[in-house]
Design a protein around this ligand. Sequence first.
Ligand SMILES: [Zn+2]
Ligand SMILES: [Zn+2]
Length: 133
Amino acid sequence: MSAKKTALPGQRQTPQRALVYQVIESAQGPLTVPEIHEGVKNKMPKTGIATIYRAVKLLLDSGWIRSVKLPTGETRYESAKLGHHHHFQCRTCNQVFDISHCPMSMPSGSEIPGGYIVIDHEITMYGLCPRCR
Ligand SMILES: [Zn+2]
Ligand SMILES: [Zn+2]
């Protein structure tokens, strides 16, 4: 994927910022800032973590990525264009994966006993990833 494709309209595009978005977009799940940093350093070894924080903030502000708050309190980042999905965190390696399978048969608008209309839901699953099992 070229850096041009991920250029943000109306903003000065730096190679690091394009790479930060690329790393987030190509990941198997939402990433923490240190994980994004690791991914960026593979291609640009001199990039400092402050640069990553700045790039993440800009990408958030311009709506390219969104933050994912896990029940553990951990904040991670993923591409804003992802559709409905859930997260699976490995108890061994702590990596978080996107799971497209939805275990909850409850589309938006479903009514549950008591008169509640469900609009959306979030599910975080925990277990062992394919590599750690
Ligand atoms: Zn694992
Ligand atoms: Zn779901």
